[in-house]
Design a protein around this ligand. Structure first.
Ligand SMILES: Cc1cc2nc3c(=O)[nH]c(=O)nc-3n(C[C@H](O)[C@H](O)[C@H](O)COP(=O)(O)OP(=O)(O)OC[C@H]3O[C@@H](n4cnc5c(N)ncnc54)[C@H](O)[C@@H]3O)c2cc1C
Ligand SMILES: NC(=O)c1ccc[n+]([C@@H]2O[C@H](COP(=O)([O-])OP(=O)(O)OC[C@H]3O[C@@H](n4cnc5c(N)ncnc54)[C@H](O)[C@@H]3O)[C@@H](O)[C@H]2O)c1
Length: 474
């Protein structure tokens, strides 16, 4: 008999969810982690970045005290204490990931870095364990492209940037994806001079261009320099400064700063696992899985960032929820359904998104409808001195939502109404007919969907007809 029913490799969000779920279903489970339980999200991703972003937002609000009718005031802080606060938050959130908690559930937690010997055997530190089934959830890490000179300078990624206990005076960030933008605004709000270099012609190239451009303007107003036309040629150290030699639309450009950070995407953590011995195929993006999260080896599943699909904590958790029954319960086959996958970029304003962008929808559908609302017209946003952003809904001509994009204060919370609507096949009409509380930020959802009715009622034949009715009978 095999030592375990299920062995999970990697103790981040994906792996921990699988291990606890499987143990609670009665399986004999081993969990192999090479570092600490908790993964990227807890130590070098979501939790520390959102903590720093929150502190930076408080700094920014204090700096703007006059805008709230308060006396102008200076804000004082020691960046070391800010970082210590971030570490305290990690410890608090990480209590749930205490190995003892998993041992108490019956999971055998093993701290080791091992490799497959065959599809049923895993070796670490001279030991071998056998398992009927495996789940790989080893996550991802920052990828570095071969830029000339990179090997000669000390550069930052999300990992060591979160280890800094001093605030860089100036920093160049390569890549205007979510990592680049979230770090950029956070550092800038604390007082660093920030330069963002992006190659794709817009920040957040995967997002709706109109909202991404609006966010770019907002970040520029905060003093961040952004160039979206950049081809980096090389980097070098000159004295205390890092120098980036690049070109922008054929023009040579040079940038310099104290620090250089790379945020240009992720690579799956596959090194050393000896996947071939287990018959697992992988591409550059990650391990190949089918819609049931099964790898090319029939007793091995994968979930989370290592699959290279949607690199988000909530997706890793969703995939873990598929893997548990698919791997353990005979005859159960739960398919991954990615029709409604939301995410949020935690800049201020936040950019919440679900479904198709306007461009994506135009490519897929003959006719679409787009409704927009400017946050500057929303009472609650004006009250809070945060009236910046746009909301955009992309829908079919019959009002079924294809995509929703919320660049607004708390856009990450607001977008959830659209997520539920899309998941439940509710249309703009259902939202518009729902009473929303005044004055909330959530009213922006109703205001945008109301435009669907406004278009139908206040234009075309309806007003002409009602005008006559009012004249005759009014
Ligand atoms: C800066 C940053 C900010 C982010 N912010 C957000 C956010 O706000 N919201 C969001 O949804 N997502 C966010 N993400 C993405 C999120 O962190 C990941 O999608 C999530 O952590 C993926 O979970 P996972 O379980 O697949 O991998 P991980 O959480 O990375 O866990 C993988 C685990 O496997 C271990 N491991 C690796 N190799 C081996 C091996 N060979 N043997 C044993 N163990 C191994 C690692 O040590 C790690 O503990 C952010 C990411 C970054 C980098
Ligand atoms: N709020 C969140 O949920 C959140 C936050 C951070 C990260 N994440 C996850 O982590 C993933 C990785 O984030 P990321 O920002 O590193 O990657 P990304 O792939 O999302 O963005 C990388 C950016 O770098 C640019 N780029 C690539 N090569 C470049 C080059 N040579 N020069 C200039 N620009 C270049 C790309 O065009 C892109 O805009 C995200 O896609 C997301 O899934 C999520």
């Amino acid at each position: 008999m095999a030592d375990y029913d299920l062995t999970v490799i990697g103790g981040g969000v994906g792996g921990l969810n699988v291990a606890s779920g499987a143990a609670q279903l009665g399986a004999r489970v081993a969990l192999i982690e090479k570092n600490k339980l908790g993964g990227d999200c807890l130590y070098t991703g979501c939790v520390p970045t959102k903590t720093l972003i929150h502190s930076a937002k408080i700094v920014s609000n204090i700096k703007r005290s006059k805008a709230y009718g308060l006396n102008e005031t200076t804000v004082s802080f020691d960046f070391k204490n800010v970082v210590n606060h971030m570490r305290d938050v990690i410890t608090k959130v990480g209590e749930r990931d205490d190995p003892k908690r998993f041992e108490n559930m019956g999971v055998k937690v093993i701290f080791a870095n091992g490799r497959f010997i065959d599809p049923h055997t895993f070796e670490f530190d001279g030991h071998r364990i056998t398992s009927r089934k495996f789940v790989i959830a080893t996550g991802s890490r920052a990828v570095a492209i071969p830029i000339k000179g990179l090997e000669n300078i000390k550069y930052l990624t999300n990992e060591n940037a979160l280890g800094l206990d001093y605030l860089p005076k100036s920093i160049i960030i390569l890549g205007a994806g979510p990592i680049g933008l979230e770090f950029a605004q956070m550092f800038a709000r604390f007082g660093s001079k920030v330069i963002i270099l992006e190659k794709m012609g817009q920040v957040l190239p995967r997002e709706d261009k109109e909202l991404a451009d609006t966010l770019e303007s907002i970040l520029k107003e905060e003093g961040i320099e952004i160039y979206t036309c950049i081809n980096v040629d090389r980097v070098k150290q000159e004295g205390n400064l890092k120098v980036v030699v690049a070109e922008c639309s054929g023009q040579p450009r040079t940038f310099q700063a104290d620090e250089f950070m790379i945020a240009i995407g992720r690579a799956p953590n596959l090194e050393g696992l000896n996947l071939e011995a287990a018959g697992i195929k992988a591409e550059k993006k990650g391990i190949l899985v089918n819609k049931y999260m099964r790898t090319t080896a029939k007793n091995i599943w994968a979930c989370g960032d290592v699959t290279g699909q949607y690199l988000f904590t909530h997706v890793a958790e969703y995939q873990a929820g598929l893997v548990i029954p698919n791997a353990l319960i005979p005859f159960v086959k739960r398919k991954a359904d990615y029709r409604v996958v939301p995410w949020v970029t935690f800049t201020d304003p936040e950019l919440g998104r679900v479904g198709l962008t306007e461009d994506e929808a135009r490519k897929r559908y003959k006719q679409i409808k787009v409704y927009k609302y400017d946050v500057k017209d929303l009472d609650r946003a004006i009250i809070e001195g945060a009236a910046k952003g746009i909301i955009k809904i992309v829908c079919t001509t019959r009002g079924m939502i294809l995509g929703a994009h919320v660049l607004a204060p708390q856009g990450g919370e607001i977008v959830h109404e659209f997520i539920l609507a899309m998941k439940s096949n509710l249309g703009v009409r259902n939202i518009s007919e729902t009473i929303h509380v005044y004055p909330t930020l959530a009213q922006i959802v109703k205001r945008t969907t109301d435009k669907y009715y406004a278009e139908k009622i206040f234009s075309g034949w309806v007003p002409k007809f009602t005008k006559k009715l009012i004249r005759w009978f009014g």
